[in-house]
Ligand binder design. Sequence first.
Ligand code: FCB
Length: 456
Amino acid sequence: MTPSNPTFSNFELKASDFGSDFIWGVSTAAYQIEGAHNSADKGESIWDRFTRNKKNIYQGQNGHITCDFYNRYKEDILLMRSMNIRHFRFSLSWSRLIPEGQGQLSIDGIDFYNRVIDICLECGITPWITLYHWDLPQALEEKGGWTNRNILNWFEAYTRQCGQLFGDRVKHWIVLNEPMVFTGAGYFLGVHAPGKKGLRNFLPAVHHATLCQALGGKVLRDTVEKALIGTTFSCSQITPYSQKEKDVKASRKADALLNRLFIEPSLGMGYPVKDLKVLRRMEKHQKPEDQKNMIFDFDFIGIQNYTREVVKHSFTVPYLRSKIVNATKRNVPTTLMDWEVYPKSIHAMISQFNSYEGIKKLIITENGAAFEDNVLNGEVHDPERLSYLQEYIKEVHRAKEEGLGIAGYFVWTFIDNFEWAEGFYPRFGLVHNNFKTQKRLIKTSGKWYSSFLKNH
Ligand code: FCB
């Protein structure tokens, strides 16, 4: 399928305006696209388990099949190539490679990722591997998962295996995907796998993830020659609801939690305890050598931005005393996730991260939007997503022009997929998927992205 070349709105930027070495790609994650949840000897992951309880997910859906990428990777990567996409970020399913999380490797799992990598390289597409995009092996969760300090040993061994298996061909590595989200949603709020709640789970999970973030970097440095190593953070510009002191203070706490918690210890600054006092309780989980073991000199930092948050003071929210004022209550344009469309947020986050000393390079490793899509006469016309992408990309360009160290941009996501607790309802893809027939259809936004990337 070769995408046709419709004319697009008044977007005047060209990919070349970002420089010839700027990286353009698409991002995905194993549980969201692979399916084949129990093929060969694959082990169960926490998402396989969590989705068993139908109450956890929109309409009781799960990722058993999703895009069936496990069987269709070849067609999908060829489609990517036809869309001029040259960088593909995907994650490894830990339990597909090591069914019990530690010990015995799966030949089938190794084989699968070898085939994915090889076809990428044959197509001239650079593979970017995320080691951990939220699907912990259930066998490890049974031992406490991220709350158990032994995760350091499990993660170290897993990372070493991956580096040794794939590092001859894969040079771009991402250690963790959005630790704030998998610890916050998974170990504090209980709305993502493994569905644990409370500070007593959250704080150790945060601390162990921070240590693994640095440890993963070090192990990759040891095992993969000439690797470019990064890790990713979710981040949103935080705006106080009013200029009242208590709202400003609330917004500072939210910023510490949502934007600073994981990056600052990796830079040697420790946790942002001054702005978020509850983090003092983390001490209980720390050993003296941890301060230095949280540090790693990443080659790039992946920032993932979708929206901004407006925050106000609230007595009723424990620990934080702040709450998010939902976009729907603020009468602003939103996506299907009820996230505000606010392109300036991506610029603000590039600028905030750029101001840290010690960051070498920033890459937008995710940005994108879910809107309602309809197939009409074999086409999906998605002007809202198209305009969202263009407006955010313009802000990335503004940052670049200002000399901020931004080196790449990946769209979330290549193809509509399983959006965690929201199931299949929000579609974020450049490519539409019919989950019954698995037929792929490039949306207008995808056609635009491919024409934008042409000749780059
Ligand atoms: C990010 C996740 C990604 C996807 C997008 C919409 O937080 O990293 O897997 O769910 O949001």
